[in-house]
Design a protein around this ligand. Structure first.
Ligand SMILES: [Zn+2]
Length: 105
């Protein structure tokens, strides 16, 4: 009742008005370690919606990072295999060259 009457008195600020800057810097609050929402009826704790969204985002970031790392590792394995093949080829070539050199002599 009182809320409705107060809300009726609310006047929209004019367009030119801008909210003043904060007097103190907004504190950087760390995230809670425990589930931050507790159901009053069941007394069960879980993460609030915002934290759940953040967690999902973090998990997605972690997953993409892991995938990227794996891809990198895979490509590195390819590089290793390529190097090994190149080493073998070079060894064979040098062996052939040595054999050719030996023949005429
Ligand atoms: Zn939360």
């Amino acid at each position: 009742m009182i809320c409705k009457q107060v809300s009726k008195r609310f006047v929209k600020p004019p367009d030119w008005w801008t909210p003043p800057p904060a007097e103190v810097a907004t504190p950087s609050l760390r995230k809670p370690d425990i589930p931050c929402f507790t159901d009053r009826k069941t007394n069960e704790s879980r993460l609030c919606v915002r934290c759940m969204e953040e967690q999902a985002k973090e998990e997605e970031e972690k997953r993409s990072a892991r995938e990227k790392e794996e891809e990198e590792r895979k490509s590195m394995g390819d590089a290793k295999a390529r190097l090994a093949a190149r080493r073998k080829r070079k060894a064979r070539e040098s062996n052939l060259a040595a054999a050719k050199k030996k023949k005429p002599a």
